[in-house]
Structure formats: structure tokens, C-alpha cells
Design a protein around this ligand. Structure first.
Ligand code: WTA
Length: 634
């Protein structure tokens, strides 16, 4: 078992060891896992190629480290507690033994369907236990899961299936979200039509919605599981075999398939989970993310289960049947650690005290946030009203790419400060650089956040495009991993994340590439061009502001065109990418060489109508005045 850091002095000691001798540090942690064959070398790396290999030639299977390693001691302990969308429906609790049986059965189903080690399987699923069962079954046989958040459009799903050349989709008939039923299977059908690589679709029955069932490729989950064999020996995986692909947005158009591998990801998620949340045996841990995002992968499924923890899976939304739902869940199960996004906190805070006032939250020990900067007001509300002034808040900074938490307090051990992610975890060597890549050392500095040494949980490549991997993360600055975030280090040496410095906006903790949204807007037949920027939004953190140039207006006038643009974006990417504000403009501010000056648009979207800095390269300054006038009216 992984030892927990238990004092501030202990943290400092561990951190110093992890920097002085990273290989030794990680090998000691890796030794607490079950390896079929031990590694020959801990780390083999070069950031300029880039090449990153941890636990070289080590053989293992992540599910043996979840199940076989824990069965004798924890067989009857709940692994997953699933809380349904409707609190009146029955919950489901799967012990480690029960979950293991389901995983082995589904592993056999996959094999029977011709899935082999290395094949890709796409997921488009609501938050139900079958999602976790199927994920772990993939890991068990060495198939690579690619989970697509079930709020993306059919189009986005198809793009991801095609990019990964997936053979199979795992889905459900429908999904419950508050009072709505989402037609999950219809969306999959629409996507699969464009994806000849898909040979089979496995469908879990959840809502009993009427669906079109295509006998040639569709298979019901309950039918194929009915007679599946319960015996299954895990596939032996190399530490550097791919475990999963997870797509995320970047500053250029196409989402990137971030690849994580078996050994390093296992060691890193397990280590960070146990330490950051200070998980103790018997604690009930609740992360409210969706498994379609990295937070769900690392801190609902892998991190907790690798530690033999009890992890909650919540199917619904925080406001159904009312805005007290999270607190009801905390009370119902006696949740000890609660991990959510600042956007959820701000939204619940805005609904008023009555939903939290009389709830019993005395089981809580640790609170966490992730995904975007947390403003001080939300931090204090979380601390005072949820944590009742007695629970440390871990503001955890990390990314799909980092695999696990990288900069964060260790609960109860590293003193917190509102809106600061505080200090790097052992094994993480952050460095702040200026635009030229010069290190800004010392305290009270601000610049771009890079990491200068590999850690086991980091991404290994972008699926099918190693060159893009190099260009995106290792070419901005020599020999450094560049995160894309701005950061400040204060007089105490604490880190505060300032947000993205590239063309990525963070809407309710979801990453959106501006180019991706622009391309979707530009598909509209009446749109000539567009520019998308982020703007401060009370609940979402950042909202999407689109400046759009149209050739002519349709019959519906300005409002008609705006609503059809929103519909279009929803269809092409998904509802999460719908612009919050659209301003129709005659033209966009461009430099003489034709580049859109986003800096100016960002200022206007923020409501700042002056202090644009140097605008001497602007082709036509009257464009800016006109946009400002329009923004004031908009
Ligand atoms: C942002 C989510 C401030 C950041 C795990 C990063 C944060 C992006 C924090 C990654 C935090 C994440 N404070 N900003 N505690 N955590 N971010 O890939 O901009 O969905 O680059 O991973 O979210 O988002 P992703």
C-alpha cells in the first residue's frame, strides 16, 4: 500500500527526495503494486524527441491491481456506490467481488466479439455502473478505451471514432439527466452511419426508450452478459502499452487524442488520490465529475479503485430534484471527501442558502475543486457553508495531459490560501518562464507554467500524430513541457493558476478551442467569418463570445440568425459549445497581414472599451469603434 504523507515536514522531505532522485522516488512507490514482471529501468526520456517511458519492460495489468490485489482484504467492501438520477429509484452498490465478476464477464464478451489487445473501443454513455465495468473490461483485455462525453454531438462522436479507428461503441438506449431523457442511442446511430470501422454496438438498457435496433451490429448488454463466463485471466500488458485515449480541445481545430499508458498512469493516479484527498480505509469518496472527462477517469475510477476505496458514481445533476442534491447524497452515504468544479459551486451558491442550510454535512472531511480557477467568493462559500469552516479545500491544478493532479494542497497538511493551488506534488517540477523561455526564478513572479522533468502520469503522445504532440507541448520552450496556462508564484512560493494563455477557453471547466467553435459557426450558410473569445461569466467562469460577420440577414433578422448559429454549433460540437453572446459585426479587426487581433476582441468582450495597447498594426481602426458601439448595444 502507498504510504500517506502525514505532516508538512513529511511533504517537504518527500518533495526534496522526488526532485533529487526522481527514479528512486517513483520506484519505491511503484513497488507497492503488483507487477507480473518488474521493470528493467525506471525511466527513459528525452523531451526534445519527445520520448517518455516509465517502468521500461515492466509487465502488469491495471485491473489486477484493482481486483486481485484487494480481493482477500476487501472483497465485500463496496467498490462503487451508484446513486441514480431520481432519488426515489433504487441505488446500486457493487462490492469489489461483484464488480470484479462483472468486469471479467464483460471482458469475455469483448473477446467473444473479436476485440483484441490494442483495438480501440469508443464509449458514449450516461453515468451508470456499466460504464465503469466496460472501461475496466477493456483494460483487462488490453483494448484501448476512448470515452466521449455524452453531451457531445453525433458529429463530434463520429470525428473521435474515425480518428481512433474504433471497432466498437458501447452505449445505452437513453440517459436520465434531471427531468430530461437524452436519446443517447439515436445520437450513436447518427454517428455510426459515418463510421464504417464500427462493427458492433453494445447497448445497455437504462431508460427503456424506444430505439431503432439494428440487428446486424447492435447487441443488448443484458443478452450478451447473460451467459458470459466469469473466469478471465488478465492480459499481460507492457507498462507503456496504451491504456486509453481521451480527446481534448487545443488551440487548433481538431481535438487531440491524448494517450495515457498503463504503468505510469496507474502509479500516478493511485499515489495522488491517496495523498491529496488523504483517503483512509472506510471513507466514502464522491467526485461529481462525469467519467467522460479526465477527472472522472482518474478520480472516480482508477485512482480510487487502485486504492481499494469506495467511490460514488452519480447519474444525475446537482439541481435535480433541487439544488440540495449533492448535500443529500453527502448525508445519505456519509461522504468524507467531496470533489467538484468551481462552476458547480458558483451555480449552487447563486441558488440561495435554503438548499444547504439544514443539511447534515458532518461526515465531510475534505473538499476539492478542479477544472478552472476558483474565485475567492466561491472558495469562501465552499469553505464556510459546505465545509463548515473545518474541512480543508484542495484546489487541484492538473490537465487531461498530466493524467493526475500536479499542483495542489495535500489535505490538512499544506496550509491553503483561497484561489491558490499552493505547491507542487512530489515528482512535479514546475518552472515559470517568460515569453522567450527565460526562467523566472524566485518568488513573486508571473509567467507561463511549464514542467521540466517527466512524471509517471504524463501523456505519452497524441493518438496518430506524434509530431503534433511535439509541436504542442515541447516546441514552445526547449526541453520543457508547456502546459498552456499562465501562473503566478507569490511571496510564499505558492502557485496561483491564472488561466489559459493560448486560444483555449474554459467554459464551466470544459475546455473549448476557439478555432473549433469558429469553424462550427462558419458552417452557417450566411456567415462569412467569425472570431470567438472568452469573457468573464459569473457562473461558468468563462463564457463564449462570438463576433460574427454575415453576408446578409435571413428572414428572421438578427435574432433569427443568432439562434440558428447557436443551433448549428450545438449540432456540430454539442450544446456545451453554444456561444453565450453573439455580436454581428461588419468586419473583424485585422492586422495588415490579415491576422485577426483577438487581443482587442477579448478586451471588448470583457467590457473594456479602451486601453487596447499597441494598435499600430491594425489595418482599419474604425472597425474597432464600430464593434465597441455594437458591443454596448448587444
Ligand atoms: C484549467 C481538467 C485553475 C487549466 C483536470 C488547465 C485549472 C485546464 C485548475 C485543464 C485549477 C484545471 N485552477 N485552473 N485548480 N484545474 N484548470 O484538460 O487551464 O479538462 O490547463 O483537465 O483546466 O483542463 P482539462
Amino acid at each position: 500500500m502507498i504510504d500517506k504523507i502525514s505532516t508538512l515536514g513529511g511533504y517537504i522531505h518527500e518533495y526534496q527526495k522526488s526532485v533529487a532522485k526522481p527514479e528512486e522516488f517513483w520506484s519505491r512507490i511503484a513497488e507497492s503494486f503488483f507487477w507480473r514482471k518488474k521493470w528493467d529501468k525506471i525511466l527513459d526520456w528525452n523531451f526534445s524527441e519527445p520520448r517518455i517511458n516509465w517502468f521500461v519492460n515492466g509487465k502488469m495489468n491495471i485491473t489486477e491491481n484493482i481486483f486481485e490485489r484487494h480481493l482477500f482484504t476487501r472483497g465485500n467492501q463496496p467498490a462503487i456506490i451508484w446513486e441514480p438520477n431520481d432519488p426515489k429509484d433504487e441505488n446500486r452498490i457493487l462490492s469489489y467481488t461483484e464488480l470484479f465478476i462483472e468486469v471479467k464477464k464483460f471482458a469475455n464478451v469483448l473477446l467473444q466479439q473479436g476485440i483484441k489487445k490494442g483495438d480501440r473501443i469508443a464509449f458514449y454513455m450516461p453515468m451508470i455502473p456499466e460504464l465503469t465495468i466496460a472501461m475496466l473490461a477493456c483494460a483487462r483485455i488490453g483494448a484501448i478505451h476512448s470515452i466521449v462525453f455524452a453531451g457531445f454531438s453525433a458529429n463530434s462522436l463520429a470525428d473521435r471514432i474515425i480518428d481512433a479507428d474504433a471497432k466498437m461503441v458501447i452505449t445505452s438506449d437513453g440517459g436520465y439527466r434531471g427531468s430530461k431523457i437524452i436519446p443517447i442511442k439515436d445520437i450513436v446511430d447518427e454517428a455510426v452511419e459515418k463510421c464504417p470501422s464500427i462493427k458492433k454496438v453494445i447497448v445497455v438498457q437504462r431508460t427503456n426508450s424506444k430505439i431503432s435496433f439494428h440487428n446486424k451490429i447492435d447487441i443488448w448488454w443484458h443478452e450478451c452478459m447473460a451467459n458470459a463466463d466469469e473466469m478471465h485471466e488478465a492480459e499481460v500488458m507492457d507498462a507503456e502499452d496504451s491504456l486509453f485515449i481521451l480527446y481534448t480541445s487545443g488551440s487548433t481545430d481538431k481535438p487531440k487524442g491524448i494517450v495515457h499508458t498503463c504503468g505510469g498512469y496507474m502509479v500516478y493516479t493511485a499515489y495522488t488520490f491517496k495523498n491529496v484527498f488523504q483517503y483512509s480505509d472506510g471513507d466514502i469518496y464522491f467526485c461529481s465529475a462525469d467519467i467522460g472527462w479526465i477527472t472522472g477517469h482518474s478520480y472516480i475510477v482508477y485512482g480510487p479503485l487502485l486504492n481499494g476505496a469506495t467511490t460514488m458514481m452519480f447519474e444525475g445533476i446537482p439541481t435535480y430534484p433541487d439544488a440540495g442534491r449533492y448535500w443529500d447524497i453527502v448525508n445519505k452515504y456519509g461522504v468524507a471527501q467531496f470533489y467538484t468544479a468551481p462552476t458547480a459551486i458558483r451555480s449552487l451558491m447563486s441558488m440561495g442558502q435554503e438548499y444547504i442550510e439544514n443539511k447534515n454535512l458532518s461526515s465531510l472531511k475534505v473538499l476539492g475543486t478542479v477544472g478552472e480557477p476558483i474565485n475567492e467568493e466561491a472558495w469562501h462559500w465552499y469553505h464556510d457553508h459546505v465545509g463548515k469552516n473545518r474541512c480543508p479545500i484542495v484546489d487541484t491544478w492538473w490537465q487531461t495531459e498530466t493524467g493526475g493532479i500536479a499542483i495542489s494542497p495535500i489535505a490538512g497538511i499544506i496550509p491553503t490560501k483561497p484561489s491558490f493551488a499552493t505547491l507542487p506534488l512530489p515528482g512535479i517540477q514546475p518552472i515559470i518562464v517568460d515569453a522567450e523561455g527565460k526562467e523566472l526564478s524566485g518568488k513573486s513572479v508571473e509567467g507561463n507554467l511549464c514542467i521540466k522533468y517527466p512524471w509517471p502520469g504524463m501523456l505519452r503522445t497524441i493518438w496518430g500524430d506524434h509530431e503534433r504532440f511535439k509541436k504542442t507541448y515541447f516546441s514552445t520552450y526547449d526541453n520543457l513541457y508547456f502546459s498552456g496556462d499562465g501562473v503566478k508564484r507569490d511571496e510564499d512560493g505558492y502557485y496561483r493558476i491564472l488561466g489559459r494563455v493560448d486560444d483555449v477557453i474554459n467554459v464551466s471547466g470544459h475546455r473549448m478551442g476557439t478555432a473549433e467553435v469558429e469553424n462550427a459557426i462558419n458552417e452557417h450558410p450566411l456567415v462569412n467569418e467569425s472570431a470567438v473569445v472568452g469573457f468573464p461569466h459569473d457562473i461558468k467562469g468563462q463564457g463564449i463570445y462570438a463576433f460574427v460577420v454575415c453576408g446578409e440577414l435571413s428572414a428572421g433578422g438578427e435574432e433569427g440568425i443568432k439562434s440558428s448559429i447557436r443551433k448549428g454549433v450545438s449540432k456540430i460540437i454539442g450544446p456545451i459549445a453554444k456561444p453565450d453572446r453573439i455580436q454581428l459585426v461588419k468586419s473583424l479587426p485585422k492586422t495588415r497581414s490579415g491576422k485577426i487581433m483577438r487581443r482587442i476582441l477579448r478586451k471588448i468582450a470583457e467590457g473594456n472599451h479602451s486601453s487596447f495597447g499597441d494598435i499600430s498594426t491594425l489595418l482599419d481602426t474604425s472597425v474597432v469603434d464600430e464593434i465597441i458601439q455594437g458591443a454596448i448595444k448587444n
